[in-house]
Design a protein around this ligand. Structure first.
Ligand code: NAP
Length: 99
């Protein structure tokens, strides 16, 4: 989720072995209902899901990738009881996948 660190890491990849596949598998679970989820808890969970996926997308958009893989969940569409912090991240990943 740290875009500056991510770009620095990508800069270390050798030119002879270009990056071809990106897999986003980051996540933080901190389940809460809408009524109990504080802004800080939502931010922390969203940062690992949406924040990291968007950072990966921005940092690799110009590369010739074979695959950009995201692990979303049906919970972003249907909702999952008690996962008010987690579900919005799924929705962002779904939107990114279809953009
Ligand atoms: N397991 C499920 O049932 C399920 C269902 C639907 C979707 N997913 C999604 O599938 C992916 C993999 O799930 P999993 O069960 O393997 O997850 P996991 O075991 O909880 O692993 C999550 C990983 O995310 C890393 N992470 C946490 N915060 C991060 C951040 N801000 N930036 C970058 N990385 C961060 C963690 O690193 P540290 O250990 O160093 O903290 C950990 O390696 C996740 O995106 C998850 O949301 C999982």
């Amino acid at each position: 989720a740290d875009e500056e660190a991510l770009r620095a890491l990508l800069d270390t990849l050798p030119g002879g072995a270009p990056l071809r596949t990106v897999v986003h598998a980051g996540g933080v679970l901190d389940d809460a209902t809408i009524g109990t989820a504080s802004g800080e808890r939502v931010r922390r969970v969203l940062r690992a899901r949406a924040g990291a996926a968007l950072a990966l997308h921005r940092a690799t958009a110009a590369l010739d990738l074979d695959a950009f893989v995201l692990f979303s969940s049906l919970g972003g569409t249907l909702g999952t009881a008690g996962q008010a912090t987690y579900a919005p991240g799924h929705a962002v990943l779904d939107a990114l996948a279809t953009a």
